[in-house]
Design a protein around this ligand. Structure first.
Ligand SMILES: NC(=O)C1=CN([C@@H]2O[C@H](COP(=O)(O)OP(=O)(O)OC[C@H]3O[C@@H](n4cnc5c(N)ncnc54)[C@H](O)[C@@H]3O)[C@@H](O)[C@H]2O)[C@@H](O)CC1
Ligand SMILES: Nc1ncnc2c1ncn2[C@@H]1O[C@H](COP(=O)(O)OP(=O)(O)O)[C@@H](O)[C@H]1O
Ligand SMILES: [K+]
Length: 489
């Protein structure tokens, strides 16, 4: 798992890595530039379009000069726009790469640069070295970049955006941010979605172990992490090993929630899935999914279940007693979603009864219902951390880059998922997946890591096929393919 460090830790990380590997900082900059160009090549940009690279005086600019050289080598027409006047303030590596520009690359000063008709713009002006409010010249440079018509690609971070905090003023509005080594924290905040654009992560060769000495509570979950968190099953595994789970979901007129969560649990591998529903609605479930079992009314024998998920579309009016009963009679970690979360907001005294290790999965509105409105994502993360720590619970803050908040304070941002998942019932699917994994003997941490990543991946697979026509059932049907793509048997 990648650790997300602060902007000020990046320099120390680079220094430690360079020292350990016995390489120079120029090598690392070259890795960054060639990583960027590797992504660029895969994007297959039109060679007829000129490329305009805005370069600052620091190492972000150094990346830009190296990128300009490499793209020129690939036969692109490259124009470098120098965004500073006095070269004496340049970082040594940026200066080296500036001096290494081949003759064919045109260089202009930003104040003289007249925009060409259409061009791809690379923003290598300011990176994680930004300190304090933008100086006047920087404001003008950023305004100039934003006024250009072409596609804008920021290197590491959109210039002007602080790496760890909130935007307070102006920054480049990027279509893509190609971030180096690990995503900078602020790129993962929903309030920066319109300036960060699509996020691309470039590996520059720094290994997970190189991060260990640097303290951080933030992590980024990527595909290669998944396999080690999964349990393995063997030739003699039987239905019981895959868990018996119960899902309290659905109500009259909203039975889709029970069907979606139940099917998702089956597709995730549960041995036996029972949905607890109003008896009058049993035909809906049994017609939609004959593999599901139904139970009606609160019957005593909760002990036979390995895991329990509660909340999707159960309604909030009459269920406070049910929740209290479940919390008091099912002592294992459970998944708490949707209406159950809204109910906790109305009856905060119930929180203390929730079994330790349980997983709450609020979207942003449900989050506000339990923990009050937050001014920004940083505040939200802090509130989640305090809540999880105080009650010994885990929380998933859902959205793009959903955040897994663990009781011990670690907060893990998910990398999978797509906006095609912003569709009714996608959260119900997740409740089914998470409850299924708990039932299969996964710890809450394992269940969240595997479940959240695979839910996002299933959304991506469904979205590849159905684009904005993706519905929650497509996400369910894509779950089996996620096991194949992750090489999990
Ligand atoms: N491990 C990594 O992540 C690597 C990072 N590298 C690059 O190095 C960058 C960091 O380089 P630096 O530390 O040199 O910093 P930057 O290049 O991000 O910023 C320094 C420059 O910004 C100017 N500046 C700072 N605050 C300003 C303000 N408020 N208004 C106007 N100008 C301001 C400074 O005068 C200086 O010219 C990263 O963002 C990345 O692009 C790569 O070269 C190598 C590996
Ligand atoms: N833009 C997005 N990018 C990635 N994932 C998304 C996006 N929008 C929604 N999702 C995911 O889809 C799910 C939606 O859940 P939720 O809001 O509870 O939906 P519902 O209540 O309709 O079931 C969450 O897991 C969320 O992370
Ligand atoms: K930048």
């Amino acid at each position: 798992m990648l650790k997300i460090l602060s902007g000020s830790q990046v320099k120390e990380l680079d220094a430690a890595y360079i020292n350990r590997k016995g390489i120079s900082s120029l090598n690392l900059m070259e890795s960054a530039a060639s990583g960027f160009v590797g992504w660029w090549t895969a994007m297959d940009f039109d060679k007829q379009l000129p490329v305009v690279v805005f370069c600052g005086a620091g190492n972000n600019g150094g990346d830009g000069y190296a990128i300009a050289r490499l793209l020129h080598g690939l036969d692109f027409e490259v124009i470098v726009v120098q965004c500073f006047t006095d070269s004496s303030g340049m970082s040594p590596d940026a200066l080296f790469n500036k001096q290494s520009l081949p003759d064919g690359v045109q260089v202009r000063h930003w104040s003289e640069f007249a925009p060409c008709e259409s061009a791809v713009v690379i923003d290598a002006y300011l990176g994680v070295g930004l300190r304090g409010p933008l100086r006047q010249e920087a404001v003008e440079v950023i305004q100039k970049i934003n006024s250009l018509a072409g596609l804008k690609i920021s290197v590491d971070i959109p210039s002007g955006l602080p790496s760890d905090g909130l935007l307070d003023g102006l920054c480049v509005r990027a279509d893509f941010t190609v971030t180096l080594a690990f995503p900078k924290l602020s790129l993962l905040f929903p309030e920066h979605a319109s300036v960060a654009g699509k996020l691309v992560l470039v590996d520059i060769g720094i290994e997970d172990s190189d991060y260990q000495e640097f303290p951080s509570t933030y992590f980024f979950l990527i595909k290669k992490d998944l396999k080690s968190y999964h349990r393995t099953f063997h030739r003699f595994s039987h239905k019981g090993d895959f868990g018996k789970i119960m899902l309290f979901a659905g109500s009259i007129g909203k039975m889709g929630a029970a069907v979606l969560a139940g099917k998702a649990a089956l597709r995730t591998g549960s041995g036996l899935v029972t949905v607890q529903i109003p008896e009058s609605e049993r035909q809906v479930v049994q017609t939609a999914a004959p593999e599901l079992m139904c139970s009606f009314g609160l019957q005593g024998n909760l002990g036979m279940f390995d895991a329990l998920g509660v909340g999707p579309a159960i309604g909030v009016d009459d269920n406070a007693g049910t929740l209290a009963y479940l919390f008091q009679n099912f002592p294992k970690p459970m998944v708490i979603d949707a209406d159950a979360i809204t109910l906790l907001g109305k009856k905060p005294d119930l929180v203390q009864l929730i079994p330790k290790g349980s997983i709450l999965t609020p979207h942003l509105v449900e989050f506000d219902r339990i923990l009050g409105r937050s001014e920004n994502h940083l505040e939200r993360l802090e509130k989640a951390s305090d809540f999880c720590n105080k009650w010994g619970l885990n929380m998933l803050i859902k959205g793009a880059n959903s955040v897994i908040c663990l009781a011990d304070g670690r907060q893990i941002f998910n990398s999978s998922g797509t906006h095609y998942m912003a569709t009714a019932g996608a959260g119900d699917v997740l409740t089914g997946i998470l409850t299924s994994l708990l039932g299969q003997g996964y710890s809450p941490e394992q269940a969240m890591i595997c479940g959240v990543y695979q839910h996002g991946l299933a959304g991506e697979i469904a979205g590849e096929r159905k684009r904005r026509g993706t519905i929650a059932s497509d996400i369910v049907e894509a779950i089996p393919e996620t096991f194949r793509r992750l090489d999990i048997s």
